[in-house]
Design a protein around this ligand. Sequence first.
Ligand code: ADP
Length: 398
Amino acid sequence: MGKVILEDVTKRYADVTAVDKMNLEIEDGEFVTLVGPSGCGKSTTLETIAGLTIPTDGKITIADREVTNLPPKDRGIAMVFQNIALFPHMDVYDNISFGLRLRDYPKEEIDRRVDRASDIVQLEGMLDRMPDEMSGGQRQRVAIARAIVREPEVFLMDEPLANLDAKLRVHMRTELQRLHKELDTTIIYVTHDQAEAMTMSDRIAVIDGGELQQIAPPLVCYNEPANLFVAGFIGSPSMNFVEGEVTSTGLSTPNFDVEFDPGQLSGVAEGDHLTLGVRPEDVYLRQGSEGVANPTQSIPARTDVLEPMGDEIFVYLLTGDAAEPSMEADPETSKNQLLMSVSPDSDIEAEQDVEVVLDRERVHLFDTETGDAISHTLEFPATEAGAAETETEAEGDD
Ligand code: ADP
């Protein structure tokens, strides 16, 4: 059915390679989101699937049929765009049924499809409204209904929620998930908004510079990012990154060391440059970190700015020299900065000396040069590993 396969799809415009050897295999009924910064090639990828752009190289298959050079109308797809181009002089019924009427579908078939589609997007009772009598969200639902009546094998959506206000966007996310469940059809969705991608998709395809960086379920991209780009792009606020050099006992960074056994990481040798990555929620105040099974040794820091968010407080920490009270914070200190998230009932204050630890089980290591992920957890040094195991066993016996 609606399985979509891209094999080495490349699209070049003069000297710009918009899409570079893209390989994707999207299962029938899957909701896959293409996500990445502006200009990374998401829309161009979607357009090659839609047939609005013919790739320079590569092959596209939809529902077991090669469609690389077919026009959009012969691909069994329907598209929903960011700009909802409804006909202003037509009511909702006429807008939804326009494509079917153009193709001379019988009246009863058109009525059946419009009824079903308007039911799915909850527009019943509004079929005789004019577009200017509707809200932005309702107009977007008309656009989606217009795609549904085509009964496509695959829905292609390019930032369909981008023009809606923040509250409605969150609401429409839930609606799209419900729609996907109800239609049981493949949906390929484009957005630059990683939160949108995380919440709706079965899998997300993270793209940068026209190249696929990782395709995986949202939580896999979050917990096991394939490289520095994915690690930094997925998650808000972004992961902390600290560069360091491998020693015989771990990683030495300008402001603190973390111990692990480099021997446990294949291809890593003393003197290698690695980047440590840790998410704000995996940085803990040492006092109160009892819940963390495997903390790193303490890192002295000074709290700088606090950002209370309601459900958590973001604490900007300064480490190393920058933690000296006499130091003025300047842009250079950003590399000495560590962002930590704490509970809203914490009594932490700005400009306080603290000790923090990182949750070893959630510390990532990346090759600084290639950006590739090396590990998503910090193995203990061999000697300590034994000790830690004994401790855990002892606890288990209690
Ligand atoms: P995204 O959807 O991720 O924002 P696009 O796919 O729109 O990115 O664009 C990817 C790159 O290709 C950009 O550098 C863009 O400027 C370029 N590009 C897209 N369409 C065209 C075009 N028709 N002509 C020339 N360059 C284009």
